[in-house]
Design a protein around this ligand. Structure first.
Ligand SMILES: Cc1ncc(C[n+]2csc(CCOP(=O)(O)OP(=O)(O)O)c2C)c(N)n1
Length: 352
């Protein structure tokens, strides 16, 4: 068994040259913090429910849960403008909900229902809602980084000030598209923020065992003339601070950012994976750093009343229950839907 690195302790001892804004993040305003807490709770509740529904045979196909990684998506969702663009991976439930896509069609999509976000034809790995700026969940590792560049370039050409935010895992930093995308984004000063969610494992392989640098994203930022940024991805305040500053820079025309957020998935890579390959001690240490109880503790310490936090928790749970009931009550797609939305030629006028 390989031992994975970096170990959780590195969260307080970033690699040489990496900045660690997480060490002293300025606290966001109170309403932002309460919203962050609510968002994380809804994501957690949604994914736990999705897993239960899978065990009951009601969620079809595979899915990849981001349990434990909620702070990253929640913070960016809070910091982004409604017309900004999100590009996510197959582990994209949280990033979709973070953009304000209602939970009912997302849940219905996982259950393969007609009212699902993709009319039940995409499932967990293909969540997309252009009207919410959710530009897709991509299953091909690294492919969406170049697509995010395209969206950012389009925004730049059109002069719209929109920013593209692209999320991916640590393993993605070892694929060619990562390097192509980072290089072009830097050369063209594109308004794109690349967010590596370093959960230490690429499927069943520890990232440290196959990577030449200690920090897979931050350790390579210099190659693209970008500052190395290493942040505690389980700290919603720290994530919000880096999300707002990197988005503001990109929006102001100062070019891309590459952020490495240290985090951990609580479960297996996908739902067929019991994740027995991970050292028990590592799992235990990271569960102790669970972003949700940690945030509740901090909010309470900063004076938010227990009743207010209890109420947010109850409301988040009610949202999940309601979404489950509505999704379950909706019909399966009619067979005729198979041939709908399969192909769009877009016409040929753009060639002229
Ligand atoms: C081009 C390509 N190669 C291989 C795969 C198979 N694959 C799916 S997930 C995965 C691991 C990705 O790890 P990471 O980027 O760290 O993301 P995480 O799953 O941890 O979020 C691999 C190799 C794929 N989907 N695409």
């Amino acid at each position: 068994m390989f031992s994975s690195r970096p170990k959780p302790e590195t969260m307080t001892a970033p690699a040489a040259g990496a900045s660690a804004p997480s060490l002293a993040p300025a606290a966001p305003p109170q309403e932002v913090r309460l919203s962050l807490y609510r968002r994380m709770l809804e994501m957690r509740g949604f994914e736990k429910r999705a897993y239960d529904l899978f065990l009951q045979g009601l969620v079809k196909g595979t899915s990849h849960l981001g349990l434990g990684q909620e702070a990253v998506a929640a913070a960016f969702g809070e910091a982004m403008r409604p017309d900004d663009y999100t590009f996510a991976t197959y582990r994209g439930h949280n990033h979709t909900l973070a953009r304000g896509v209602p939970m009912v069609p997302v849940m219905a999509e996982l259950m393969g229902r007609e009212t699902g976000l993709m009319a039940g034809k995409g499932g967990s790995m293909h969540l997309t809602s252009v009207e919410h700026g959710m530009m897709g969940s991509y299953a091909i590792i690294g492919a969406h980084l170049t697509i995010a560049n395209g969206a950012a370039w389009s925004a730049k050409v059109r002069g719209t000030d929109q920013v593209a935010v692209c999320f991916f895992g640590d393993g993605t930093t070892n694929i060619g598209a990562f390097h192509e995308a980072l290089n072009l984004a830097a050369v063209w000063k594109l308004p794109v923020v690349f967010v590596c969610e370093n959960n230490l494992w690429m499927e069943y392989t520890p990232i440290g065992s196959v990577t030449a640098v200690r920090q897979p994203a931050a350790g390579r930022a210099g190659a693209y003339n970008l500052p190395p940024v290493l942040v505690d991805g389980n700290d919603a305040d720290a994530m919000y601070a880096i999300a707002t500053s990197s988005i503001a820079r990109a929006r102001a025309g100062e070019g891309p950012a590459l952020i490495e957020a240290l985090t951990y998935r609580h479960g297996g890579h996908s739902r067929a994976d019991p994740a027995k390959y991970r050292p028990e001690d590592e799992v235990r240490q990271w569960l102790e750093r669970d972003p949700l109880p940690r945030y509740r503790f901090r909010l309470a310490a900063d004076g938010v009343a227990a009743e207010a936090l209890d109420r947010i928790e109850a409301e988040a749970q009610a949202t999940v229950d309601e979404a489950t009931a509505q999704a379950q009550a909706s019909a399966e797609p009619p067979v005729g839907l198979v041939e709908k939305d399969v192909f769009a030629d877009g016409g040929a006028t753009w060639r002229r």
